[in-house]
Design a protein around this ligand. Structure first.
Ligand SMILES: C[S@@+](CC[C@H](N)C(=O)[O-])C[C@H]1O[C@@H](n2cnc3c(N)ncnc32)[C@H](O)[C@@H]1O
Length: 372
């Protein structure tokens, strides 16, 4: 975990650990989060987003161009545009993403991938790049990390070079300073300041054809050109007081549950269970994944395995009434009447308000007593 002895967290380490964890579950899903969460929709997204990246450049970068992909993930976009430019380098805070990128695109000339610190571009000399681009990265960054990167992009671009990046501009939407997943929206004044301090002049803001139902907003592609030197050097990142970011965990958990459902729909039980295991590891205090996972075990005729999961659930969340009911049902299916009755007793003690749940529990109790 990213917390140090004094309880503060190192945000660079947290970003690395968070994205490594996501990469280990399913890098394609975590870089593109397509509705179908499969290979075909991943490739479709890569082609679509690379086309809008290139179209929006308006022919400003020629084949001799040196290009840097900031937060490249597994090279979804770098791989699409490699070959059009002399050099494309993808950098990412997550070594697991970089490892996957290298494995996926091994042997592609003019394309390489490097892990970086998470808030600077120290490996790249001043004025060495013609284009820096970044898609679906900057809005996930804590504000001070974002500022560092703007300054760094201003430094590594040659005079007249271009920064093309995806961003959200609108009524501000913030997140905890340790959150690495929630989308942040910046108001126009902050956006202008970020660019100005980095020595960048905004040339175009192109709307992206996607409406986010939660933010009630469309993201944009920004084209900014380097017109002066950055106003200051990259500042030290402040340690933050807490690693706890409940909204972030909730969002990640929800996205994982969605992925598990998609695997289910495709009949891939093994993958669904692997993802559900990650949900449980991420938040052992939430019941959904244990319950979904125990159903899988039942479908696989593994009552014992399902029961173990429900025991883990009711140990972790003792006031989860449905957990006790399912635990009683699994114990009954296993033929362990005493354990089933004990689980029903725990359920009754909770006095659950749901009439349906109480009715089912009563019916089971009658069954267990031998009545009908
Ligand atoms: C949603 S993915 C997008 C990946 C890629 N740009 C794409 O469009 O396929 C976000 C990526 O940003 C990377 N990332 C997050 N924080 C970062 C940071 N501080 N520095 C560099 N990369 C970062 C993550 O590891 C992840 O690969």
């Amino acid at each position: 975990m990213a917390a140090s002895d004094d309880g503060t967290i190192d945000i660079r380490r947290k970003m690395r650990e968070d994205w490594d964890r996501r990469a280990r579950v399913d890098p394609r899903y975590w870089v593109a989060a397509t509705a179908e969460a499969d290979e075909a929709s991943y490739l479709e997204s890569a082609e679509r987003d690379a086309a809008s990246l290139l179209d929006g450049l308006r022919g400003r970068i020629g084949p001799e161009g040196r290009v840097l992909d900031l937060g490249c993930g597994i090279g979804r976009l770098s791989a699409q545009i490699a070959g059009r430019f002399a050099e494309v380098v993808g950098v990412d805070v997550s070594p697991a993403m970089i490892e996957a990128a290298r494995a996926l695109h091994a042997g592609r000339p003019g394309l390489r991938f490097e892990a970086n610190s998470g808030n600077d571009l120290a490996d790249f000399p001043t004025g060495s790049m013609d284009l820096v681009f970044s898609y679906s990265v900057l809005p996930h960054l804590p504000a001070d990390v974002l500022e560092s990167y703007f300054l760094e992009v201003g430094r590594v671009l040659r005079p007249g070079g271009w920064f093309r990046y995806q961003f959200w501009i609108g009524p501000p939407h913030d997140a905890s300073t340790s959150d690495t997943l929630t989308i942040r929206v910046y108001d126009r004044a902050t956006f202008d300041r970020l660019n100005a301090e980095a020595g960048l002049t905004v040339a175009e803001i192109d709307e992206i054809d996607y409406f986010d139902p939660v933010l009630q907003l469309k993201p944009v592609w920004v084209n900014a050109t380097r017109t002066s030197t950055p106003a200051r050097a990259v500042p030290e990142l402040a340690a933050r007081a807490s690693a706890a970011a409940p909204e972030e965990r909730e969002l990640e958990y929800g996205l994982l549950l969605y992925l598990a459902v998609k695997h289910d729909e495709r009949g891939d039980v093994g993958e669904a269970e692997r993802v559900l295991e990650q949900c449980v590891a991420l938040d052992p205090g939430r019941p959904e994944a244990y319950i979904q996972w125990s159903r899988h075990r039942l479908d696989q005729d593994d009552v014992e395995g399902g029961l173990k999961l429900l025991e883990a659930l009711t140990d972790a969340v003792p006031d989860c009434a449905p957990g006790w009911l399912y635990r009683a049902q699994f114990a009954e299916a296993k033929g362990d009447k005493a354990a089933a009755t004990a689980a029903l007793d725990r359920l009754a003690a909770l006095r659950p308000p749901e009439a349906e749940l109480r009715k089912e529990a009563q019916a089971m109790r009658r069954r267990l007593r031998g009545g009908r």
